[in-house]
Structures are given as structure tokens and as C-alpha cells.
Design a protein around this ligand. Structure first.
Ligand SMILES: [Zn+2]
Length: 712
């Protein structure tokens, strides 16, 4: 029995001791995944490596069910600091600090940050600004290291609170509001409070200030917080002023965190006015099942501690405890909640955007990734061009070829495997597209099994009308494909198969990149795009060196014969592309890089090319370069001496693929013209005047010969 008595006594004793100091329920950060998502986007696209503090907002409420944490919510709207948070929520302004590495996060000076944030509150207290807007006393700060590749986040939230040397104490116990006021008075208070709040909510300047208010216990009138400043000692005696605040806490005996700084403000400026004491209504305002009640609100009689407004900033506390209840950062792994496809997409984007952050801030990655690329030819070049495009973030890749994967392919052609060669081999285009999707599931890779009609390649054994039909179909298909893409890569084995897409690409004003290989050499060339008046360059110094993009030549501009069957009189080693192994890899990469530079020029395909004078160091005139540097017309490279040269040539007015007569004939006669040219290549020479040229040059040669003979 005696023992029991002791226990009872002990319990009572500890109860009163515990309640002697006011215990506050700290805020608990409640981070919405939408917040982290937006943070990643903002960091990727806007902040990059900046570690400057970013203003954000959060909000809390006073309607949570009992025993829930006292949440401070931070969601995707955190960046819209001027936006409303709704009539039932209370806005808290804060700052976001994003660190770039886990080391930065570990070594961050959290003590100093705490002091800095505390000083901001203290300076508000000293200016008395919070009497007008008590929400200025509520702040938070979020320090984080987001791992954008893994979608994990280290973060630590701070809810800075000033801590006077002496603690706030409480007279007696916190009591339920029902035990303090009659039902009648309570009702009166609710009416007055609603009126007060509605009035404040109607004005932008006062919207946030309804988080704290004053109540006159005599008539239960509700006054703005600033009302206390207008009272003098005499008036104070006639009123029984009580502090009220929207209490985020749900604990029976603990007021919420936001009361702390309010008490500091009163202790600093109103200690004498209030005789060192203030009664506090911790207003909790809940509606459940359609019924509103505030009866779970609590009332405390708090003893203030005198704070000299001239004194230094009091101590600051407020770092949030983690899930282990320790003062330390939290860790969040959202990767499992993320679609792995999205994860792979954001990781790919991140790698590219790092380029923007550090090296080329103005790099336009979107124009690259949005380019729809048509790859004509799916051999070594096609595979490697596709992989390089994929790396640059290009999503839309279409392969065109009609070959099957053979046993010699996989070792060179990076999108094929041994199993693709079995049973006669799978179609290359289907394999290549599937392989791209294996590498990056969000890529839109398509394979089109299509023979590209070419001059001098009639199909044997089929009568003319059938040939005509199937050729027409193939041509129509190719026209559709070129129309649906922005960039056309010519990556085929033969010269003549490039003729039709060259003509079509030129006619539809597409960017056409041509890659051709020799044994130890390569040619990468961008064809002219668009049409313009021939520049009047006469007399302008150096103008001859710059060729506008619309006047650049094509692959066939150097030819004085129409394309024919180049395989006919060649041995096997000449027919297949037998090259030093690295040649297609180098050429494929250069072709994609040329495209990337070109797309980053404001004129895109119409960007001029400049003949670079080798004796002049550095880059050509700034007008002719993109932010990535030069945009040559051609790159001719030689592995025999590991050199590249970058010649420029104007389009040839008798070119069989890009000259005006050809383009006009196509415009006029359409597919009929194309079929005719394919079946009778010599008709092209006739059309462009090459036939005449041949005759003329024959004559010239004879004349020259005879001249020489004479002079000899
Ligand atoms: Zn041409």
C-alpha cells in the first residue's frame, strides 16, 4: 500500500515537473513526391550547379486528427511562393538549398546555417514586423542533396526557433478549452473568429497574418495581433487579453512549434504590458462528418521570460529529427516508386544536361533530341550512327534497309548478335530497331524493310510493267519516309542508291547527311538545304570563301556521269565495303557530331560553310560557326595520315541529283520522272546538259592535245 502511495506521488511529481516547462511539438516535414520531382526538373533545367538559396513555401493546418504528427507540407507548388495555400492552410516561407555532392551535404555547416536562419527571425522580432504579420515568425529551411541519377534524396529540414536562456514555463496544466469557457462564450468566439479571419483573407497583404490573433476574454472579441501594440497600461487593465494561434499540434498537452517564436516576440516587446504572463488559446479547428468542432483546442497559462530587445540573437534550435529520432538528415529513395523507364530517361537526360551545366550553357539539347532521323542503310554505319544519336538523346530513329543479318555482321555492326544470323538471318531493320529498344526502351525505333530504287538497277526476271509498279511503290514509300523525318542519313553501300534520297531530300528541304567510306578514308558531307538567290559576292572581300547553306553541293555535284550500277564491273573486295575497321566508327561519329553542330546553328541546315584557311589558327568567322564550333560542308578524313580536311563545294548546275533542271522535272512530272531516270540513267545526263558537256570536254581534250602536239 505504502509502495503504491509512493508511486502515485512520484507520478504526480514528475507530471508537474514535466509540465513546468512548456513542451512544444516540433513540425514534422511532409514532403510530397511531386516536390522532389519538380526539384529534379528545376535543378536539371534551371539551377544546374547553383547552390544559392531558393525561396520556397510550405504550409501547415490546424485540423489534423489526434496524434498525427504536426505536419509542415511541402509539395510541387512550393516554388509559387506568392500563391495562396487555401483558407484552411497557413503559409510558411522557407528556403531551399540544393547541394551538388554527397560530400557537400555531409560537410555542410549546419550550425552556421541554423544561426543564420535564427538571425533572420531575430531581426524580424526586433523590427516588430511580426505584430502586423505574425507569419513572419514561421520559417523553414530545407537542405538537400538530390541524386538525380538514382532518384534518391538526402535532406534535412530546419524549423528555426529562438530559444531564450530561460525556458518558458506553464502555470498548472494545459487545459481543454471546454474547461475554460462556457459554451456560450465558445460560440461567440467562433463567430468572431470566423468574421475576423474572413476579413483578413479578403486582402492580399493580410492573408497570411491570421495564423495568430488576440482574444478579449470579456466579450470574446477577436483582434488582429497588432492590436496589442495599441494598448497602453491603463487600457490593458480593462481588457483580459489572450493570445490565440492556429495550432498545428495534435498532442493533448503540447502546443505546436509555431508558438515558440510568438512567445519570444511577446517576451521581447510586451513583457511588462502583459505582466510577464500570457494566456494562450491553441486553436485546433476540425470538421469531421460535416460537424465543425474546436473543443479539442487547449489553453495554457504561459510565463514569459524577459528578453532585452537590444540583446544579441538568442540561441536557435530547430533541426528536425530523423526516423530514428536522432538529430540528423533523412534519406528518401523514390527510385522504386519511379517507373524504370522514366528513371532511364531522366538519367540519360541528366548526362546530356551536365554538358549544359559545365561546358556549353547555351547548347540546345531539345532540337537534337526532337529530330526525327531516317537512317538509309543499317550496316556498320547505320548501327553506329544510331547509337551515337541515341547517346545525344535522339528518340525517333527509323532504319531502312532490305538486307538480312549475316555471320560477318555482329562483330562490326553494334546492334546485332550471333543469334540474329541464324536460319538465314533476321531482317536487319527489325533487329536494329529491337536492339535500340533493348538499349533504351523509350526510344521510338522503327525498321522499314525497303529496297531503295536506284538508277541502273533493274530487277531481272520481272516484266517492265511489274517492275514499274513495285518501283513506284518503293519510291512512294521512300517519299513518305523522307517527308516524315527531319534528318536523312545516307549510309548505304552503293553510290547510286544515294541518288533518289539525295534528290528527294533536296526537294523537300531536309537536312541530308551523306557518309561514304573508302578503305582507309571517309567522306561526311551535308547537302545544301533550301533555296536562295545566288549571292552577289563580286567585290566583297573574302565572300568567295563562304558558301551559304542553300548553295552547298551534294554527293553527286562532283560527278559528270549519271549514277549507274557501280557493282557491275567490280570484284568482291570492291563491291563490299572493305575498310579499315575503325573507318565506319569514326565516320559515323563525325556525321552525328556534324549534325549536332548544325542543329545548334540558328540557320540549321542553311548555315553557311566556310573554306577554312589552314594558315589561320582558330575558328572561322563567328557568323559561320555554331556554339559548338565549325560546321564544315564536308569532312574528308584519311587514316593513312590521320588527317581531316574540310573542303567546301558549291552545287553544280548540271548535277544529276540537285540541280534546278532535275528538281524542276521532278516537281513537274513527279514519280514518272523518277522512274524514267532510274530505268534510263542516261536521260538524266540529257536533262542536265551533261551529255553536251561530255561532247564539249571531248572536244576540249582534243584541242588541248593538238595544242600540245603543236607546242612540242
Ligand atoms: Zn548535287
Amino acid at each position: 500500500m505504502a509502495n503504491n502511495m509512493d508511486d502515485e506521488d512520484k507520478k504526480k511529481k514528475t507530471d508537474t515537473q514535466e509540465l513546468k516547462n512548456v513542451k512544444f511539438l516540433p513540425f514534422s516535414s511532409c514532403m510530397d513526391p511531386g516536390f522532389w520531382n519538380k526539384l529534379c526538373q528545376q535543378k536539371l533545367n534551371e539551377y544546374r550547379l547553383s547552390e544559392d538559396a531558393i525561396p520556397i513555401k510550405g504550409y501547415y493546418c490546424n485540423y489534423l486528427a489526434e496524434n498525427l504528427p504536426s505536419f509542415l507540407n511541402i509539395d510541387h507548388s512550393a516554388w509559387d511562393i506568392d500563391d495562396d495555400v487555401g483558407t484552411k492552410h497557413y503559409k510558411v516561407l522557407g528556403s531551399l538549398k540544393i547541394l551538388n555532392t554527397i560530400e557537400d551535404f555531409k560537410n555542410f555547416n549546419y550550425t552556421k546555417h541554423l544561426e543564420d536562419e535564427g538571425r533572420m527571425i531575430w531581426s524580424e522580432v526586433m523590427t516588430k514586423g511580426p505584430f502586423k504579420d505574425p507569419s513572419l515568425l514561421n520559417r523553414f529551411s530545407l537542405v538537400t542533396f538530390p541524386n538525380l541519377k538514382k532518384f534518391t534524396f538526402h535532406y534535412w529540414c530546419l524549423f528555426p526557433s529562438l530559444c531564450p536562456n530561460k525556458k518558458f514555463t506553464i502555470e498548472g496544466h494545459p487545459v481543454n478549452v471546454n474547461d475554460c469557457f462556457s459554451l456560450d462564450k465558445m460560440q461567440k468566439f467562433v463567430e468572431n473568429y470566423d468574421k475576423f479571419k474572413n476579413e483578413l483573407l479578403q486582402h492580399q497583404q493580410s492573408k497570411n497574418s491570421c495564423c495568430a490573433f488576440l482574444i478579449d476574454e470579456n466579450d470574446m472579441n477577436v483582434h488582429p495581433f497588432s492590436y496589442i501594440q495599441s494598448l497602453n497600461e491603463e487600457e490593458k487593465k480593462d481588457h483580459k487579453i489572450m493570445l490565440g494561434f492556429a495550432d498545428p499540434s495534435t498532442a493533448n498537452s503540447k502546443p505546436g512549434w509555431s508558438l515558440r517564436n510568438l512567445l519570444v516576440l511577446l517576451s521581447t516587446h510586451c513583457y511588462d504590458l502583459l505582466n510577464g504572463k500570457v494566456r494562450v488559446l491553441c486553436l485546433r479547428d476540425r470538421t469531421s462528418n460535416g460537424v465543425r468542432h474546436i473543443s479539442h483546442s487547449i489553453v495554457l497559462n504561459v510565463c514569459l521570460v524577459r528578453i532585452d530587445p537590444q540583446s544579441d540573437c538568442p540561441n536557435v534550435i530547430g533541426w528536425e529529427r530523423n526516423s530514428k529520432e536522432q538529430l540528423g538528415p533523412r534519406f528518401l529513395d523514390l527510385s522504386s516508386g519511379m517507373d524504370p523507364y522514366n528513371l532511364s530517361e531522366s538519367a540519360v537526360d541528366l548526362n546530356l544536361k551536365l554538358m549544359k551545366w559545365r561546358l556549353v550553357p547555351d547548347l540546345d539539347l531539345e532540337v537534337i533530341s526532337n529530330s526525327r532521323c531516317l537512317l538509309l542503310g543499317s550496316g556498320t554505319l547505320g548501327c553506329n550512327v544510331a547509337r551515337c544519336l541515341l547517346g545525344w538523346g535522339v528518340r525517333n530513329i527509323t532504319f531502312v534497309d532490305n538486307a538480312r543479318v549475316s555471320y560477318s555482321n555482329p562483330v562490326r555492326q553494334s546492334l546485332f548478335n550471333f543469334s540474329d544470323c541464324l536460319d538465314g538471318g533476321k531482317p536487319k531493320v527489325a533487329c536494329a530497331a529491337a536492339s535500340i529498344k533493348q538499349i533504351f526502351p523509350l526510344a521510338n525505333a522503327v525498321g522499314i524493310n525497303l529496297f531503295i530504287p536506284m538508277p541502273g538497277h533493274p530487277i531481272p526476271g520481272i516484266n517492265i510493267s511489274q517492275l514499274h509498279d513495285s518501283t513506284c511503290q518503293d519510291i512512294t514509300h521512300l517519299i513518305e519516309l523522307i517527308r516524315a523525318h527531319d534528318v536523312i542519313f545516307l549510309l548505304m553501300d552503293t553510290r547510286e542508291s544515294r541518288w533518289l534520297p539525295t534528290l528527294l531530300g533536296r526537294s523537300m528541304e531536309k537536312i541530308v547527311l551523306n557518309v561514304a567510306l573508302g578503305f582507309d578514308s571517309y567522306l561526311i558531307m551535308r547537302h545544301g538545304v533550301g533555296f536562295s538567290e545566288v549571292t552577289k559576292s563580286d567585290g566583297v572581300e573574302g565572300a568567295w570563301k563562304v558558301v551559304p547553306g542553300s548553295q552547298l553541293g551534294c554527293y553527286f555535284c562532283n560527278d559528270i556521269f549519271s549514277p549507274g550500277n557501280s557493282h557491275l564491273d567490280r570484284s568482291l573486295d570492291q563491291q563490299c565495303t572493305v575498310t579499315r575497321l575503325g573507318v565506319p566508327y569514326v565516320a559515323a561519329s563525325l556525321a552525328v557530331e556534324l549534325l549536332v553542330s548544325l542543329l545548334n546553328h540558328p540557320l540549321k541546315g542553311q548555315a553557311s560553310a566556310e573554306i577554312v584557311n589552314e594558315s589561320v589558327d582558330g575558328l572561322p568567322d563567328s557568323k559561320e560557326v555554331s556554339i559548338l564550333g565549325a560546321i564544315p560542308h564536308q569532312i574528308r578524313g584519311f587514316l593513312s595520315n590521320f588527317c581531316n580536311i574540310m573542303p567546301v563545294c558549291r552545287s553544280f548546275n548540271m548535277c544529276t541529283a540537285c540541280s534546278q533542271p532535275v528538281l524542276e522535272a521532278y516537281k513537274r512530272d513527279g514519280i514518272e520522272f523518277l522512274v524514267k531516270s532510274i530505268n534510263e540513267p542516261s536521260s538524266l545526263e540529257e536533262l542536265t546538259g551533261l551529255t553536251k558537256l561530255h561532247t564539249d570536254t571531248k572536244d576540249i581534250k582534243i584541242e588541248e592535245l593538238s595544242d600540245n602536239e603543236v607546242s612540242d
